[in-house]
Design a protein around this ligand. Structure first.
Ligand SMILES: Cc1cc2nc3c(=O)[nH]c(=O)nc-3n(C[C@H](O)[C@H](O)[C@H](O)COP(=O)(O)OP(=O)(O)OC[C@H]3O[C@@H](n4cnc5c(N)ncnc54)[C@H](O)[C@@H]3O)c2cc1C
Length: 223
């Protein structure tokens, strides 16, 4: 089954990332952290579907929100995102996805891999009594998506890692084994990992070497 979503609003949240709000059609049900595949309802683009994660909560009945990073160098779907205007339509598939809420833990994201954690952390914040740690890796400070919102979440510890900028107030580096051992003390907890596949594989291996159990590492393959 497919759903036609109509864009209500689009606004930048960083220099290359956009928050898109759509009408929510009846029957579009999902768990927090899940994604859908959607294609632009435009000539030549209807077969070009990509996976995008709902960043609004399942209980938000009046809207569906996505946060999408645009890659102008790809000549793909996301290159066209900044030009979308309210009223534009996309064709979405049934929601699916392996990253769902498994309770408190440490969330390790690279770039746009933050999107399932936006939803899960919003859900924890809404319930109150959050006890989570976000380790968010980016190339530069200006790439950090929704930093103000994370900083304002009570009970969320944040560690921002910046790999390609020398004059940073944040921690310089990547989420490798040494970095993770300096940021995390308890490896007997749930870890959520999302980002480019190479980062996910490297972080999963590092966590296992540091004592984390494979069945407590929640990832999405094929990002
Ligand atoms: C479960 C899941 C959820 C996701 N959720 C989100 C989300 O919420 N937000 C989000 O922003 N993204 C998300 N993604 C990633 C998203 O689906 C797209 O893969 C990504 O945004 C790139 O799409 P694209 O059409 O721009 O380019 P692509 O499909 O990656 O590429 C189009 C073309 O560009 C060229 N190309 C590819 N890579 C490069 C490169 N590095 N340099 C130059 N040219 C290149 C190739 O010719 C390619 O055919 C998710 C992915 C998964 C698997």
């Amino acid at each position: 089954m497919t759903f036609s979503l109509t864009l209500q609003d689009i606004k930048p949240v960083t220099h290359d990332t956009y928050q898109l709000t759509f009408d929510r059609p009846d029957g579009f049900n999902f768990e927090v952290g899940q994604a859908t595949h959607f294609a632009l309802d435009q000539s030549g683009w209807r077969d070009e579907d990509r996976a995008f994660t709902m960043t609004s909560l399942p209980g938000d009945s009046d809207k569906l929100e996505f946060v999408i990073k645009s890659y102008p160098s790809h000549d793909g779907v996301t290159e066209r995102i900044p030009a979308l205007q309210p009223g534009a339509q996309v064709i979405a598939e049934e929601p699916a996805g392996a990253i769902t809420d498994h309770g408190p833990g440490t969330f390790i994201a690279g770039g746009a891999g933050i999107t399932p954690f936006i939803a899960i952390l919003r859900s924890h914040a809404q319930k109150g009594a959050m006890d989570c740690h976000l380790i968010f890796a980016n190339e530069t400070e200006k790439d950090i998506i929704l930093k103000d919102e994370f900083d304002a979440m009570e009970g969320l510890k944040t560690s921002y890692l910046v790999s390609d900028q020398n004059d940073t107030d944040h921690t310089a580096g990547r989420p490798d084994k040494d970095m993770l051992s300096s940021l995390v003390t308890d490896f007997d907890q749930t870890f959520y990992v999302c980002g480019p596949q190479k980062m996910v594989d490297a972080v999963r291996d590092a966590l296992k070497e540091l004592g984390a159990s494979e069945d407590k590492i929640i990832t999405e393959e094929g990002w």
